[in-house]
Every structure is written in structure tokens, then in C-alpha cells.
Design a protein around this ligand. Sequence first.
Ligand code: PCA
Length: 217
Amino acid sequence: MRKHSRILLTGFTPFGNETINPSWEAVRLLDGQRIGDHVVAARLLPTAFVDARRELELAVRDIEPDILLGVGQAGGRSRLSIERVAINVQDARIPDNAGAQPIDEPVLPGAPAAYFSNLPIKAMLAAVQAAGVPVEISNTAGTFVCNHVAYLMLHLAAQHKGTRAGFIHIPYLPEQAAGLRDAPSMAKEEVIRGLTAALHAAVNQMEDDKLGAGTLD
Ligand code: PCA
């Protein structure tokens, strides 16, 4: 029996015009942290469809996590976005870091159209709110590498009893937004506080809360 259960927490390399990715800047500082009886293992994934899948599979084999939480940059969003769902499609608006630009191709041929996160997303939402960090439930993780990784994590969780998975998008860091017009941002310390609160809720709660967080748009 292992002493601690493990959380695999992933961040991404910079992509597009950026030289940093806030997801890795935040996630790497949580490596080795205790969350209740769990220990966090942080891993960097390339922002490339094929390479990210390979690195994710290696990390899963190495860490044998019972919770997987992917974190990625969503430039333009102003809150931590807890993703409800990942869809079985890749539709890249820009080439990934390996130059690949799949259009309307499945993540996994023949697999379900979508998976819901089996983490307690509403309990996580409430915990992040209680920590004083702006947060929302999001119903789309996009169709680029983040959705791809989220789908692979949720597929794995669906196949392995006792494994739970989810994904959180985060805003730009202030130093990224400084060079852009009207782009919202969130300080790294705040992101880390929010992610930590979300992880505590994920560890502590198996059943989700019934808490309205729907949208009309
Ligand atoms: N964000 C991108 C991929 C990597 C990242 O941090 C996305 O939302 O798909």
C-alpha cells in the first residue's frame, strides 16, 4: 500500500506569441505539496497534440495518480474556469508547437463524443470562491491542446475505477496582459491559492454539491 495518494497536476509550455505559460508558472510551485493525504506531482506538457499525449501517458505510468488535474492558459478569461466537459474533437485555430493543425479530427476515434469531469466541480467552485479568488464553471475547454489533454484525462478516469480527473483554465499573468490591450489577468499567488482550494475540495469530496452555476449565454 502506498503511503500517499497522488495528484498529477499538469501545466503547459508557452504557445502562440507568449514566452511564458501561466499554467506551468503556477503548477510547478505546487510540486511536492501535501493536499490532505495526497501529494502533488507537477508535470510540464508540451503545447502540441501528439507530444502532450505521449508525455501525459508517461507521467500517468510514472505517478499512478488517483486524481488528474490539467491546468492551461485561457487568454481573455478573467476567472479561474473549472471545466465541466471535454469533447472528442481537435479543431486547431493555430498550429500547435510542433506545427500540427488538426481540423475536426477526433481525439480518440470511436470513443464517446464527450466526458464530464468526475471531480466535484461545484464543491471546487465554492471552495475557490471561499478563498476569495474569482472563479466560474466553464462549459467549453475549447478545441485545442487543452481540450485534447482534458479529454484524455477524463477518458482515463472513465476507464479506471477510483480515478478522477478534471481541468481548470486560468487567465493571463499580469506581465502577459501588460503587453496586450484590455486583457484580464490574475496574479500567480492568487492562481495558486485558487488551485490549492480547488484541490482540497477535490480530495475531500467524492459527491458533488447541488449548487447552481449555469449560464444563459
Ligand atoms: N492553453 C491552450 C493549450 C495550452 C494552454 O495552456 C488551450 O487552451 O488549448
